[in-house]
Design a protein. Structure first.
Length: 227
């Protein structure tokens, strides 16, 4: 069980890709505690396992040893249904490549997780309008992803991630495909969500500029986490 202020706790995890002589160790006893309401940047060399750690925390990769707590739940002990529930209600994912449905409008993309989890869209009407305002997407709700810039598409992905009011956002190189100005807009949006909505953010980034927006920087080095 975690302290009341710890929302993510990674404890002594080991992770290997491949088997036999081809096996490559990614984590060897890595641990990390993240406090509720913090904005943390995870940095490290390419191939060091930054994105892998996000996938482990989000339950997208379960092939590891050790323990990972999200809130009070040890995700290593959960079945697929319970893990899906936690992902749906507690965690919002923002990826480098947006992952928007090309045949859906901005509005439908943002509302998609609510529909898929069989929640009532009417219950989220006020939150939806607030998120549109925060992300600056009010005039784009009937547009399709192909009609948007990269920065606008990423704002849609963020709006989709936060509409259900997750406690945690896991962001994997969220500005990796954006120009500097758009990347700065996205980082300012993350900081606003963190400060105004109290969302805990863990972002993977290679950019010192992006990391400067966070309240804490941790580094993956030699298969453990430092900082």
């Amino acid at each position: 069980m975690n302290g009341n202020n710890i929302v993510i706790s990674v404890k002594n995890i080991y992770k290997t890709f491949g088997k036999g002589e081809a096996a490559q160790s990614v984590f060897e006893g890595a641990s990390l505690d993240i406090e509720k309401g913090s904005f943390v940047s995870l940095m490290g060399e390419s191939g060091s396992g930054k994105s892998t750690l996000l996938y482990l925390i989000g339950g997208l990769d379960r092939d590891f040893t050790g323990d990972i707590f999200v809130g009070e739940d040890n995700i290593t002990q959960l079945n697929d249904a319970k893990l899906s529930e936690i992902r749906c209600k507690k965690i919002g994912f923002v990826f480098q490549f947006y992952n928007l449905a090309a045949n859906l409008t901005v509005e439908d993309n943002i509302l998609l997780p609510i529909e898929m989890s069989h929640r009532r869209i009417a219950d989220y009407k006020e939150k939806y309008q607030e998120i549109l305002s925060i992300t600056g997407l009010e005039s784009k709700v009937k547009s399709y992803p192909s009609q948007l810039s990269g920065g606008q598409q990423q704002r849609v992905a963020i709006a989709r991630a936060v509409l259900g009011e997750p406690e945690i956002i896991l962001a994997d190189e969220a500005t990796g495909n954006l120009d500097a100005a758009s990347g700065a807009e996205i980082m300012q949006l993350f900081r606003r969500l963190n400060e105004e909505k109290g969302v805990t953010i863990l972002q993977v980034t290679h950019s010192a500029e992006c990391a400067s927006y966070s309240s804490r920087i941790v580094k993956l080095r030699n298969r453990v986490i430092e900082g």
